[in-house]
Write a protein that binds this ligand. Structure first.
Ligand code: ADP
Ligand code: MG
Length: 259
């Protein structure tokens, strides 16, 4: 990669009660890229994302996003700077419609404002109207427009994940980190997710994609980082990753052995 990456982590370190979850990990995600992060269960992927986005405190190392240090900031402060993430399980507000679930992304920390919008759509102020318009634009982009007024819990699982992504988009992110967004999706939903991710990338949003579904991931990403036991064991293109002995042993081999 040439130039400074948009997201750079250096020598990240994290242990839980003495058990090392992330050990000396350095990696960069470039602007305008879809970057994959893979590794066996428990290899430290989610912990790494939690360190990148202010959910966990680092034991050591540095996280820099768009030239600014993120370590020490909260999840919300990191999101305000343009780095947002979704969680492994979709966060759905059960009693809210799809549109309301997405609007809340802009108002997560101003719930009074949010409830005012939800309960007073008719008398919303100009900025609130703009927010609804932005919401509808994102719903359209992610293929959710037709379901906007349904309760989000009534949607199929794959679409609930899209609601999560749509909500993350409300922050106008420069980068989205998606933690296993394809888990439990049907083939049709996978294709839709792939289209959405390419659309976001083409619109200038960089993506860090954590995914177990290897064929799905390798078909989408520009570069892949592979973790094993909390350490980076490989970084390269999808073609290189398929050929690397360590990766085959740690990951692909294990996957093949199960089948
Ligand atoms: P992955 O996402 O690659 O499956 P995780 O980052 O979830 O891996 O986990 C890495 C290691 O850290 C595992 O051994 C896991 O048990 C441990 N771990 C993760 N989060 C916590 C936590 N909050 N408390 C204690 N141990 C944790
Ligand atoms: Mg995980």
């Amino acid at each position: 990669m040439t130039g400074t990456p948009l997201l750079a982590v250096e020598r990240l370190q994290k242990a839980f009660s003495g058990v090392v979850a992330v050990n000396n990990v350095s990696m960069g995600v470039g602007s305008g890229m879809i970057h994959g992060l893979i590794g066996p269960n428990g290899s430290g992927k989610t912990t790494l994302v939690n360190l990148m986005t202010g959910v966990y405190r680092l034991d050591g190392g540095a996280v820099t996003f768009a030239g600014e240090r993120m370590d020490g900031l909260s999840l919300f402060q990191v999101a305000r700077r343009g780095l947002v993430r979704t969680f492994q399980n979709p966060h759905i507000f059960k009693r809210l419609t799809v549109r309301e679930n997405v609007v809340v992304g802009a108002h997560r920390h101003f719930l009074s404002g949010f409830w005012k919008i939800v309960t007073n759509l008719g008398s919303a102020r100009a900025e609130e109207v703009a927010m609804i318009q932005r919401t509808d634009q994102i719903l359209m982009q992610l293929g959710l427009a037709e379901r906007a007024d349904e309760l989000a819990v009534d949607l199929p699982y794959g679409m609930q994940r899209m609601v999560d992504v749509a909500r993350a988009m409300m922050c106008r992110p420069r980068m989205i980190i998606l933690d296993e967004p394809a888990a439990g999706l049907s083939e049709v939903e996978l294709e839709h997710l792939a289209r959405v991710l390419r659309t976001l990338r083409d619109a200038g949003v960089s993506i860090l994609l954590i995914e177990h579904h290897l064929d799905f991931l390798l078909g989408l990403v520009d570069l892949v980082t592979v973790l094993d036991y909390g350490e980076t064991i490989f970084e390269g293109t999808p073609a290189e990753v398929r050929r690397d002995e360590r990766v085959i042993e740690a990951y692909l081999g294990a996957a093949n052995a199960r089948t």
